[in-house]
Design a protein around this ligand. Sequence first.
Ligand code: BGC
Length: 257
Amino acid sequence: MLARMTNRSPRALGIDVGGSGIKGAVVDLDTGEFACDLIVIPTPQPATPDAVAAAIADLARRASWDGPVGVALPSVIKDQVALSAANVDPAWVGTNAHELLARHLGTASISVLNDADAAGLAEVAFGGAAVRDGAVIFLTFGTGIGSAFFVDGVLFPNTELGHMTVGNAEAEHQASSAVKDRLGLSFPQWAGRVDTVLREFERLFNPAAFIVGGGISEDADAWVPLLTVDTPVIPATLRNRAGIVGAAMAAAVHLTP
Ligand code: BGC
């Protein structure tokens, strides 16, 4: 309790930056529930650092929020610097996201982390037990494929399995949910592609389980039973909310990977 009162805020604003939308909400960190309505702003195009930071500041204003802010980005984040930019503008590479956001938000109480890492941390804190049990790979299927590795709930950050070459293409170029939409694939057709990718991840990493999140995990019944991979595939319980909740958690404990 003392630790909570001294090191953690009970609420923080979590923001998840995606290729098409920037989503945010104030999160109650005791329950993982949203403490305000979800706010969604279209991702500015091009999604340059300044344009995205201005949109995030706008979102914070709409939430009437001036406390800690956590931001999940589709980028490798080391020492708060973005080292990759898969579905946002290439100008993010080399950007100190913390400094940029501090300038736009007028506060230094900011944590920036990879979006899949954020979603995985939220699942560890508020989701089902499987993600906390041994060596597991948490995956998000959306515009790309995000990954987060956990051993007994402890994160190994900044893994980028979506960019692993499987066959002759990157995993996310064949099996993200954006690819399913773009090619008009049925669930069975898409599940075949996911299976190929998971089999390769299984061959190389041998996790105890894959925990699958992202919007398409809401339809898990339509595709998870079709997979033939030997490793158990378990739908995440937090679904699309996870990135926001995990970003808020990072802000509250001043996590700055
Ligand atoms: C990015 C990752 C991100 C994932 C999901 C990938 O393209 O490289 O950093 O976690 O998409 O957004």
